[in-house]
Design a protein around this ligand. Structure first.
Ligand SMILES: Nc1nc2c(ncn2[C@@H]2O[C@H](COP(=O)(O)OP(=O)(O)OP(=O)(O)O)[C@@H](O)[C@H]2O)c(=O)[nH]1
Ligand SMILES: [Zn+2]
Length: 296
């Protein structure tokens, strides 16, 4: 590749303003963003200018099919672009947050990304209670795969085939175990990328894209707890929750916020036990969070 050649590449690792991009022939370069623009994500297709055998500058991003954010208190940080599948990893131990699963599913629905819930550590005696909790999500139509990544990763493989998947989950659910089982040499590559991006410091803050095969890719994003819902409006929220969606249109007021309004179909369904109370409560919390973020 000649110096100063313009071409496209995929971001395979990102950490702050530092990126690693991969060209079509597999060549990897460290890349930085031009100017102050830093909003690129792992999985992005970018236009680059190659500076030399090791370095490139990112000039711009190609249109994204999907985009996921990580949200900390008030900031939305891009985390993964162009993924087709969100793999939510849960386990019987430590106990998982149903609310977090609910939030991840809403983020997936909002971006039209196929969600897959993986209940890992099904070899543990505590698995039965967790299975029962998963029945709720199954009944809503979501796919739930039971797995014991430590014993056998094979049942997950057909779900990853042909997809660009991003793994999310609380700490301790087994994301690293899954990644390591899928990519035995991933740990070495993680270290290599840490060295390139952080001048030797070990970090778990970056997202990394791995190729499982020519058509199947995996983005691992350690520590990811929750996705941002920046593009979602309060009005759109209940339409992203299948159990609530079913009752939309039944409210007396077309602009019902499903709180204290008379004739609210969602509230009626909750009182009748059709909608689980924690789901309506989640809608209200998300509405409040969006309002707070908009006012900030
Ligand atoms: N019994 C059992 N234990 C598992 C399984 N998968 C992972 N574990 C254990 O669960 C613990 C957490 O696994 P990790 O893979 O480190 O979890 P993680 O989600 O990457 O956690 P963080 O690195 O904190 O984000 C480890 O002690 C694993 O050995 C499984 O299928 N069965
Ligand atoms: Zn209502």
């Amino acid at each position: 590749m000649n110096a100063n050649t313009a071409t496209t590449a995929t971001i395979v690792a990102s950490h702050g303003r530092a990126y690693i991009v991969e060209q079509a022939d597999g060549t990897r370069l460290s890349a930085s963003a031009r100017g102050k623009k830093t909003d690129y994500a792992c999985g992005d297709r970018v236009r680059i200018k190659v500076l030399n055998a090791e370095q490139a500058v990112i000039e711009g991003v190609e249109p994204r099919s999907t985009l996921l954010y990580r949200s900390d208190q008030w900031r939305e940080k891009l985390i993964a672009a162009n993924v087709t599948q969100l793999v939510i990893v849960a386990a019987p131990v430590p106990s998982f947050s149903e609310e977090l699963i609910g939030r991840c599913l809403i983020a997936a629905e909002a971006e039209d990304i196929a969600p897959l819930i993986v209940l890992n550590k099904c070899d543990l005696p505590e698995a039965d209670a967790a299975r029962q909790k998963m029945a709720f999500w199954r009944a809503l139509g979501y796919r739930v795969l039971e797995l014991s990544a430590q014993q056998q990763i094979a049942p997950l493989l057909p779900y990853l085939q042909g997809q660009t998947s991003v793994l999310v989950g609380q700490s301790g659910m087994g994301k690293s175990t899954i990644t390591n089982a899928l990519l035995p040499d991933a740990r070495a590559r993680v270290n290599e990328i840490s060295v390139a991006l952080d001048s030797g410091k070990h970090t778990t803050t970056h997202a990394t894209l791995y190729h499982l095969d020519a058509a199947s890719h995996l983005i691992d994003s350690p520590g990811l707890q929750s996705f941002g819902l920046a593009h979602v409006t309060a009005e759109a929220l209940p339409g992203l929750m299948p159990d609530l969606r079913e009752h939309l249109g039944g409210c007396r007021f077309h602009n019902c916020r499903h709180r204290a309004e008379p004739g609210c179909a969602l509230r009626a369904a909750t009182d009748q036990g059709t909608i689980r109370p924690d789901r309506l409560a989640l809608l209200h919390r998300l509405q409040d969070e969006l309002a707070a973020a908009a006012a900030y």
